[in-house]
Design a protein around this ligand. Structure first.
Ligand code: FAD
Length: 527
C-alpha cells in the first residue's frame, strides 16, 4: 500500500480539487497526504465559530519584522488539515477580474486567459442561484447567498450607493465593480471547504487513500524524476512512491519550502542549509505577493452589530441553538458579509481596492477581543507592487519557513491604500450607516498624508492572500510551465496559490480551486 499512481501533497483548496477529480476518474490510485487533521468537527463546519477555530487547524505563521509596517511582525494564518485554508477562511466566493487572467496570458501563461479559465470556475461551482453564462449549477463547490445578513452590512451597501458607488448583485459576472453582499462557500448554512466538496464524498472509494496527520518532508528525486515523497508521522519516517508523479499543493508558503528541502531552489541558499542542489531555481520562494489591508473600525451605542455585551452573548447563544436545529441564523455569518471593488487611482484599468465590511469590531485579526458593538471596514490593495520572499529558516520540514512579504515596500502601494482608507471613511460617514452614529476608534486627520501613512503603517497587515512563490510562466526562470509542470525535474506538478504569476484582484480560494481543477486535467493528459 505504499505505491500509488499519483501522490498529492496537501489537502487544501487546490490539493483537494486535484485529488478528488483524479480519484473520481477511477483510472488512478491516488494518495492525498495532509499534515493536519480531518477538520470534521462542528467548530470548522459552523461559520460563526470562525473566531473559535481549534488552534490545531491553523499554522499561525509570523512574518519577519516588516520595515514598511514600522518594524512590526505580521500574522499569516494558514489552514492546516483537510480543506487547508478553505477550512478556516471567511468563505467569500470571488474569482478576481477578467483582466487578471487575460494579463496572465499576456505574461506568457498560454491557456490561462479569462475565457480559458471560466469553464473551470463553472465546472467547480454549484451556485444555488442556478447556472448561467458565468456560473456553474452542478459542480461540487457550493456557493450560496447569505441568509442572515446583519442590518449594518446592508446599510454599508446603501451608504456606498448613496455616494454613487454602484450596487453589484454578482461580483463574479460581467462587471466586478460595485458594492454588495458577498456570496459564500456554504451549503445549507455550513462551511463548504474544498475537502467537503471534493474529498469527503469519495471517502469510500478504494482508489483514494487519504492520509492525515502526516508531514511530507521532501520529494524523492531519482535520475531527474520525482518518484515519491518522504513522509514523517510522529517519529516514524517512510517513503511512498508514485508511478505517475506527484502534485505539490502545500500552499504559497509550504510548497516553496518543500521544493527547497528537496534541492530545488536558489543554489546558494540551499547550500547554506546543507541541502544538495538538484535544480538551481532562484524563482522558488521569490515573487511573494499578498493583499496588504487596513481595517478601519467604529464603535456604536447600537447593539445591532455583532458584539461582546450581555445582549450580544444572549443573541449568540440563541443563534447557536437555532443553528444546531435549523442551520440558519447569525451563526451562518462569514463575518465579512459585504464589500466591494472600486477604482481609487485614475489610471487603474480595473478596481484597485477591495473592501470587506464586518458587522463587528475587529482587532488584530480577531486575536484581541473588543468589548461593545461596532463595525469594521477592510480596504486592501488589489494589485500590490511590493514583492517578498519565502526562504528556509531551517532544514526541518516541521519548522515554519521564513516569510517576508515586504509589505508597503513600494510607495505606490501606500498611495492606493491611503485613497482606499479615505473612501472607507466617506462610506461610514454616509447614511444609512452614519445613522448608527459610529465613533471612529482610530481618528486621524484624513487630509494629512503623513499622519494617515503613519496610522496605516502602524496597523495594516495581510488579508490572507499570499501567492506567487512558485510562479507559472513560459520563461526558463519560471517554476512551472503553463501546464503546471515543474521545470527542471520530471514527474512533478505544482497546483496551489503559489503558481499565480500575479495576484488576482480578489480573494484567492476560488482561483486556487480552479487551479486544482485544471491540474487534474493536465495530469490526465500526461499519465
Ligand atoms: C484566515 C483566512 C481567511 C481567508 N478568507 C478567504 C475568503 O473569504 N475567500 C477566499 O477566496 N479566500 C480566502 N482566504 C484565502 C484562501 O483560503 C487561500 O488562498 C486558499 O485556500 C489557498 O489554497 P491553497 O491550495 O494554495 O493552499 P491551502 O488551502 O492553504 O492548502 C495547503 C495544504 O497543504 C498542507 N501542507 C502544507 N505543508 C505540508 C507538508 N509538508 N506535508 C503535508 N501537507 C502539508 C496544509 O496543511 C494545507 O492543508 C483566506 C485565508 C485565510 C488564512
Amino acid at each position: 500500500m505504499d505505491q500509488f499512481d499519483i501522490i498529492v501533497v496537501g489537502g487544501g483548496s487546490a490539493g483537494s480539487a486535484a485529488a478528488g477529480r483524479l480519484a473520481q476518474t477511477g483510472k488512478y490510485k491516488v494518495c492525498l497526504i495532509e499534515a493536519g487533521g480531518r477538520n470534521d468537527n462542528f467548530l470548522v463546519k459552523t461559520p460563526g465559530f470562525m473566531p473559535f477555530l481549534p488552534k490545531s487547524a491553523n499554522y499561525r505563521f509570523d512574518t519577519v519584522p516588516q520595515k514598511g509596517l514600522g518594524g512590526r511582525v505580521g500574522y499569516q494564518p494558514r489552514g492546516k488539515g483537510l480543506g487547508g485554508s478553505s477550512a478556516i477562511n471567511a468563505m467569500i466566493y470571488i474569482r478576481g477580474n477578467r483582466w487578471d487572467y487575460d494579463r496572465w496570458a499576456e505574461l506568457g501563461c498560454a491557456g490561462w486567459a479569462y475565457d480559458d479559465v471560466l469553464p473551470f470556475f463553472k465546472r467547480a461551482e454549484h451556485n444555488t442561484r442556478g447556472a448561467d453564462d458565468f456560473h456553474g449549477g452542478d459542480g461540487p463547490l457550493f456557493v450560496s447567498d447569505q441568509t442572515s445578513v446583519n442590518p449594518t452590512s446592508t446599510a454599508f451597501v446603501s451608504s456606498a450607493e448613496a455616494l454613487q458607488l454602484r450596487r453589484n448583485e454578482d461580483f463574479n459576472a460581467e462587471r466586478q465593480e460595485g458594492f454588495g453582499i458577498y456570496q459564500v462557500t456554504q451549503k445549507d448554512g455550513e462551511r463548504w471547504s474544498a475537502a467537503r466538496a471534493y474529498v469527503e464524498p469519495l471517502r469510500e472509494k478504494e482508489n483514494l487513500r487519504i492520509i492525515t496527520g502526516t508531514l511530507v518532508e521532501k520529494l524523492v528525486i531519482e535520475n531527474g524524476r520525482v518518484t515519491g515523497v518522504a513522509i514523517r508521522r510522529g517519529k516514524k519516517r517512510q517513503i511512498l512512491t508514485a508511478r505517475g508523479g506527484v502534485i505539490l499543493s502545500a500552499g504559497a508558503f509550504n510548497s516553496p519550502q518543500i521544493l527547497m528541502l528537496s534541492g530545488i531552489g536558489p543554489a546558494a541558499h540551499l547550500r547554506d542549509h546543507g541541502i544538495d542542489v538538484r535544480v538551481d531555481k532562484p524563482a522558488v520562494g521569490r515573487d511573494l505577493q499578498d493583499h496588504i489591508d487596513y481595517v478601519s473600525s467604529w464603535q456604536t451605542e447600537s447593539k445591532v452589530p455583532i458584539g461582546d455585551s450581555l445582549a450580544g452573548t444572549v443573541r449568540m447563544i440563541r443563534a447557536m441553538i437555532e443553528h444546531r436545529r435549523k442551520r440558519t441564523g447569525i451563526m451562518t455569518t462569514p463575518y465579512a458579509e459585504a464589500g466591494g471593488f472600486w477604482r481609487v487611482m485614475p489610471d487603474a484599468p480595473i478596481p484597485d481596492v477591495q473592501w470587506h465590511f464586518v458587522p463587528a469590531m475587529l482587532e488584530d485579526h480577531g486575536r484581541e477581543k473588543v468589548k461593545g458593538h461596532g463595525f469594521s471596514l477592510h480596504a486592501c490593495v488589489l494589485r500590490p507592487e511590493s514583492r517578498g520572499t519565502v526562504t528556509l529558516a531551517s532544514s526541518d520540514a516541521g519548522a515554519p519557513p521564513r516569510i517576508d512579504p515586504n509589505f508597503l515596500d513600494d510607495e505606490r502601494d501606500i498611495a492606493v491604500l491611503r485613497a482606499g482608507v479615505r473612501l472607507s471613511h466617506r462610506i461610514a460617514e454616509a447614511s444609512p450607516l452614519a445613522d448608527y452614529a459610529p465613533q471612529d476608534r482610530y481618528p486621524v486627520d484624513l487630509g494629512d498624508d503623513a499622519a494617515l501613512d503613519d496610522l496605516i503603517r502602524s496597523r495594516a497587515d495581510t488579508v490572507y492572500h499570499p501567492v506567487g512563490t512558485c510562479r507559472m510562466g513560459n520563461d526558463d526562470q519560471s517554476v512551472v510551465d503553463p501546464t503546471l509542470k515543474a521545470r527542471g525535474v520530471e514527474g512533478l506538478w505544482i497546483a496551489d496559490a503559489s503558481i499565480m504569476p500575479r495576484l488576482v484582484s480578489g480573494n484567492t480560494n476560488a482561483p486556487s480551486i480552479m487551479i486544482g481543477e485544471r491540474c487534474s486535467d493536465f495530469v490526465q493528459a500526461d499519465v
